[in-house]
Design a protein around this ligand. Structure first.
Ligand SMILES: *Cc1c(COP(=O)(O)O)cnc(C)c1O
Length: 415
């Protein structure tokens, strides 16, 4: 099933012609399919029902308010990693009783905000953070529900920048320090250990690292329960991968059934934090060709979108399929698709075979719905792009394109 399809050689998102949307909103822009989002939601949600579970969508994957609202309306909570993400989630109407808060560097102000919001739990990533949470909670006369993020030391076999569960990683607490961590928490008055958390990485395309992690974590959970800790929540994080090129990630049902088997004796609630698997293939980045440049030894397709808009190729050497919005006859070319930013790392695709394309044509960079807009910046003083969502043959602007005056908002000439 795909909602980004050609009809008579023209690319559509559901029943909306992408060229028509570009005429209205200009380029570049992110384009999401509501039907795809809902399908991904349903597939993950139905699969998760084989267990007593809560799904907390990982806000950092795509944090547009409309997308958050869509997912929260259908019953999901949120996994946040900053005060700003909690703010967004609340603005979008999240049930804060379904919010978990991860991240290695929570500040006192962020902890206070989360406590005021009465979130479900903090996923604590170090002992000093545990003390900070206890201190803030004490000053507010509250008891903070916590879990420790435990590092099971399994290799997720993904890109090192998105691998988070190895011993050398900055995330979580080593498996050997886990029991002492819970014992430390038990001595504090203003924290209540209610869960255990792990998240081993992102874009996992095999089931085995998940299974290995859950096996390790399960033994620890039962040990803690035996020691008298009421581990009501087992948070297994996110990480399920998607197809960018030719990856064959497991279906959510395969993933869930395998977890269910491993956890058959666990009586609590399992939490999932999917991000990419929900939003990734529900969005594309649409950009316009400015110039077809032939440097003699190499061809470049220069587009109006750049690394500041979609940084994954530059940051992770990530592959995104690039297709034209109009399929033209004529000779194919082999070229790098590059943006206007003054960095050699500014490319969307390298050495790509493209059909014949002309200046002014639109290209769609696929699988850009997750870690696309949310990682974008204003580098080179480029206004951040618009975001649009399609439903059937309607499209709606869900973030307007920034203008030049947005670039200097908050700045002053004070010299
Ligand atoms: C990024 C992140 C996720 C989501 O990861 P995906 O690979 O997008 O599913 C979930 N939990 C935590 C703690 C994260 O940091």
């Amino acid at each position: 099933m795909n909602d980004f399809i050609y009809k008579n050689n023209e690319l559509f998102c559901e029943n909306a012609r992408i060229a028509d949307i570009a005429l209205e909103v200009g380029t570049p822009f992110y384009l999401y399919s509501e039907a795809t989002l809902k399908r991904h939601f349903n597939s993950f949600n139905e699969s998760s029902k084989v267990m007593d579970s809560i799904v907390c969508y990982s806000v950092k994957a795509n944090s547009n308010l409309s997308i958050l609202r869509l997912l929260f309306n259908m019953g999901w909570g949120a996994d946040v990693v900053s005060g700003g993400e909690l703010f967004r989630a609340i603005k979008a109407g999240v049930d804060t009783g379904k919010v978990v808060y991860s991240g290695v560097g929570k500040t006192e102000a962020e902890i206070e905000y989360a406590l005021k919001s009465d979130i479900l739990m903090f996923n604590v990533e170090s002992i000093p953070e545990l003390y900070a949470i206890d201190k803030v909670a004490s000053s507010m006369n509250k008891k903070a529900r916590i879990s420790f993020r435990i590092n099971p030391n399994v290799d997720p076999k993904t890109h090192p920048y998105i691998s988070t569960g190895l011993k050398k990683s900055k995330f979580g607490i080593g498996i050997k320090q886990a029991v002492p961590a819970y014992e430390s928490a038990a001595k504090l008055k203003n924290v209540l250990p209610v869960g255990l958390d792990c998240h081993i990485g992102s874009q996992l395309t095999e089931i085995s690292p998940f299974n290995d992690a859950v096996e390790i974590i399960k033994d620890l959970v039962f040990r803690l329960i035996k020691d008298g800790f009421d581990i009501k929540y087992l948070d297994l994080g996110g990480g399920l991968g998607i197809t960018y090129e030719d990856e064959m990630p497991p279906h959510p049902s395969t993933y869930m059934n395998s977890i269910k088997n491993i956890l058959k004796d666990y009586r609590g609630t399992v939490i999932f934090e999917p991000g990419r698997v929900i939003a990734g293939n529900a969005g594309v980045f649409v950009t316009k060709i400015l110039y077809n440049k032939d440097s003699g030894s190499k061809k470049f397709v220069i587009v109006d979108g750049a690394m500041n808009d979609l940084i994954r190729p530059a940051l992770y050497d990530a592959y995104h399929e690039i297709i034209p919005a109009i399929k033209r006859e004529g000779t194919k070319i082999r070229a790098d698709v590059v943006g206007p930013v003054c960095e050699s790392g500014d490319f969307l695709g390298k050495d790509r075979t493209l059909p014949h394309v002309e200046e002014g044509d639109l290209l769609a960079v696929l699988s850009a719905g997750a870690y696309g807009f949310s990682m974008s910046s204003n580098y080179n003083s480029r206004p951040r792009v618009a975001e649009v969502i399609v439903s059937g043959n309607n499209f709606r602007l869900i973030r307007k394109r920034e203008e030049y005056h947005d670039l200097i908002k908050g700045e002053s000439i004070n010299v």
